[in-house]
Design a protein around this ligand. Sequence first.
Ligand SMILES: Cc1cc2nc3c(=O)[nH]c(=O)nc-3n(C[C@H](O)[C@H](O)[C@H](O)COP(=O)(O)OP(=O)(O)OC[C@H]3O[C@@H](n4cnc5c(N)ncnc54)[C@H](O)[C@@H]3O)c2cc1C
Length: 233
Amino acid sequence: MKPRECLARVDAVRRLSPEILEVDLRLEEPTALEFAAGQWVSVPFGPKTVRAYSIASTPQFPTRLTLCADVAPGGIGSEWFRGLQPGDPVRFKGPLGGFVFTRADPRRPLFVAEEIGIVPIRAILTELYATGFGRRATLAYWARDPGWLAYDAAFRSLARRYPGFAYHPAVAGAAGAARDGASRLAETVTRLVADVTGLVAYVCGSESMIHRVRDVLVAKGLDRKSVKWEKFW
Ligand SMILES: Cc1cc2nc3c(=O)[nH]c(=O)nc-3n(C[C@H](O)[C@H](O)[C@H](O)COP(=O)(O)OP(=O)(O)OC[C@H]3O[C@@H](n4cnc5c(N)ncnc54)[C@H](O)[C@@H]3O)c2cc1C
């Protein structure tokens, strides 16, 4: 799947919460894009300025991509995303990146997401369970408050339908718990992971959270290479 320049058109815009927007793009050139769940596209804003957006939808729908953004950072990418309207053309390059789950990998995946870092993990988990992945998987997901837990209802539904899927959402407000995502996810992973044998971790969010979670897993004996990560900020 070599990255290529693509042209798409905005089909629909949805507001998942005041500052989380989802946009459906219908591919025009090419009319379908092959990609792996977890990959991202690069949107150009100038000769040396791009912003990356993970594909929130799954490869089962190659003619229509969904992107999902936290527009609170307020920079060039957020402003562009906020302004998208149905019918707008969108140019991007993709698919890019290696934050993908290999189905042939026999290890048990632990997914860890901080706020909008959920996007590639949403694509991976949706695709896995939609295509008959019967094995165990765990998701630890933190956001500042329930309104920032994008896709929470879908993960709860997945956990009800698939007993092998363990979902552990957390928000900052809980009494006695750490208030920041890095500390809270490090605590959650410390509690959830008793044995790292046969484990592979997929961690997405801020750099500080990725370091904290990786340190916990490595201290428990997991090989560093078994912690795959995608740094959003
Ligand atoms: C591989 C990859 C995939 C990505 N996928 C997504 C995605 O699917 N959805 C998405 O919303 N973003 C995603 N990002 C982040 C995205 O590319 C932009 O960085 C983000 O949208 C902010 O861009 P901006 O121009 O508005 O702000 P910038 O001017 O780039 O950033 C302003 C400040 O906000 C910080 N920041 C950026 N994002 C966040 C955040 N979410 N929370 C807290 N602080 C932040 C930056 O470090 C900077 O200090 C991804 C990044 C990478 C590298």
